[in-house]
Ligand binder design. Sequence first.
Ligand SMILES: [Zn+2]
Length: 163
Amino acid sequence: MSEQKYRIGLGYDIHKLVEGRKLIVGGLEIPYDKGLLGHSDADVLVHAIIDSLLGALAMDDIGTLFPDTDDRFKDANSLMLLKNVYDIVQAEGYWINNIDANIIAQAPKMMPYIPKMKEILAPLLGLSKTDISIKAKTKEQLDAVGEKLAIEAQAIVMLERIN
Ligand SMILES: [Zn+2]
């Protein structure tokens, strides 16, 4: 990989909301009557952040790195996968300057949980809480997210080369 001073990365994810699963977003279990469906814990925000980091490094995406055909990642804690990817970022000679993210959910309300998500994610990524932005959006009742059938997340990250 070339050694630019800055590298930017964009991540996106979506998971279906289904009964009989815990709802885990941003490493936090959120009380709700449904949860996100996936091979791992289906943490949509953490997956978007992972893909933004891998994207910044122009590497394979999360599905290639942690395939859903691999039993090691069944019900995996996505925070462990994120830690793993942050280790790759550092091994490539970068640190994270800042992250900006959106959680797009019609229900439940994400806003009350955002400070706690930042408390979980910032130390894991060598960031202070002021360097990670997480915004809660709805889909204005439009499409699958608006009909409470799914939750989406987006993340953008700026990496800076360690001198
Ligand atoms: Zn995912």
